[in-house]
Design a protein around this ligand. Structure first.
Ligand SMILES: Nc1nc2c(ncn2[C@@H]2O[C@H](COP(=O)(O)OP(=O)(O)OP(=O)(O)O)[C@@H](O)[C@H]2O)c(=O)[nH]1
Ligand SMILES: [Mg+2]
Length: 304
């Protein structure tokens, strides 16, 4: 009867419209990059945890794909994953991009939170990107959203700049239930190194090709080998949907894919703390968005 009485632990799902800043906030809470970020919408495709410690509390943040009106199979899988993440969590934080205000996507999420997806405890409202918005506008937006659905508390943060993040973390830490920590103190996520490595490469592709390549690639780690010299050899496949995308990903004389590989490797080396040899291959898989194997590798449901 010692430690368990003092410690607290629980899951907090971060939900919201695409691009609200969920992954940026998760990384800020953890103090390390575990979930990829881009200015494209629908960057996060699956449930990614980020584990943070605050005093005696271990908070397991669950980053989720943005919630929007799904059209394709991949969209449906992502939105379903987001709602399951919220359902399984102890607390839910709804992120709203304050610079966009109460738009249709967030209105639809509020409706769902009032209806089919009502959480067991009132959610917490997080107005993000306050660095882009005037104070008066924030106050009226907070009032407007709280009138649509009563929240347990409202926070105004800039996930990118860190403003207000510590207050939110302290609040959530105190809201966790008493109990033992579920993860070792130094663990920052439960996703596999293979998936994380694939995500990093996808982020670098988005960074380099944001305009040319809308939302049509997926990356998988094909092999992972720890070598005797202490380095790691990683092979990944970039799946494209159309042959026309190959020259875009490769670039002139393979220059683009080389640069993508270079920055992915550097980030992976920093994360793993060892030398990495990263090999990228581009493969055409015309209907990868309808291929169950691709979903398995992303931990996504196929038939929803
Ligand atoms: N100015 C500003 N930009 C932010 C802030 N937080 C996030 N962003 C930017 O908003 C964009 C989207 O951020 P993400 O963290 O990828 O958003 P997300 O909600 O995870 O997006 P999806 O995974 O696509 O649903 C990125 O370009 C971020 O740099 C913030 O506090 N201020
Ligand atoms: Mg995200």
């Amino acid at each position: 009867m010692s430690e368990d009485l003092k410690t607290r632990c629980g899951f907090v799902a971060l939900i919201g419209a695409p691009n609200a800043g969920k992954s940026t906030l998760l990384n800020g809470m953890v103090g390390a990059k575990v979930s990829i970020v881009s200015r494209k919408v629908q960057t996060t495709r699956t449930r990614i945890t980020g584990i943070a410690i605050e005093g005696e509390s271990q908070i397991i943040f669950v980053d989720t794909p943005g919630i929007f009106a799904p059209r394709r199979r991949l969209d449906r899988a992502m939105v379903e994953t987001a709602w399951v993440g919220a359902r399984d969590a102890d607390r839910t934080a709804l992120l709203v991009d304050a610079s966009r205000g109460l738009d249709d996507e967030t209105l639809a999420i509020l409706d769902a939170l009032k209806g089919d997806h009502a959480p067991s405890r009132p959610p917490v409202l997080v107005l993000n990107k306050v660095d882009l918005v005037k104070k008066e506008r924030l106050l009226s937006l907070a009032a407007e959203i709280n009138a649509a659905l009563p929240f347990d508390a409202t926070f105004m943060v800039s996930a990118a700049k860190g403003d207000g993040v510590a207050d939110l973390k302290a609040y959530l830490a105190a809201a966790m239930r008493k109990g033992p920590w579920l993860y070792p103190e130094d663990q920052i996520s439960d996703i596999s190194e293979r998936l994380l490595a694939a995500e990093i490469t996808r982020e670098k592709i988005y960074e380099r090709l944001h305009d040319e390549l809308p939302y049509v690639v997926t990356v998988e780690t094909e092999s992972w080998q720890e070598r005797k010299d202490g380095s790691t050899r990683v092979e990944q496949i970039i799946y494209i949907e159309r042959e026309a995308h190959r020259p875009i990903v490769l670039g002139k004389g393979g220059r683009t894919v080389k640069l993508i590989g270079q920055s992915a490797r550097e980030e992976l080396e920093e994360l793993l703390g060892r030398k990495v040899h990263l090999f990228l291959f581009v493969k055409l898989r015309e209907k990868w968005q309808n291929d169950p194997e691709r979903y398995r590798s992303m931990n996504l449901p196929f038939d929803v």
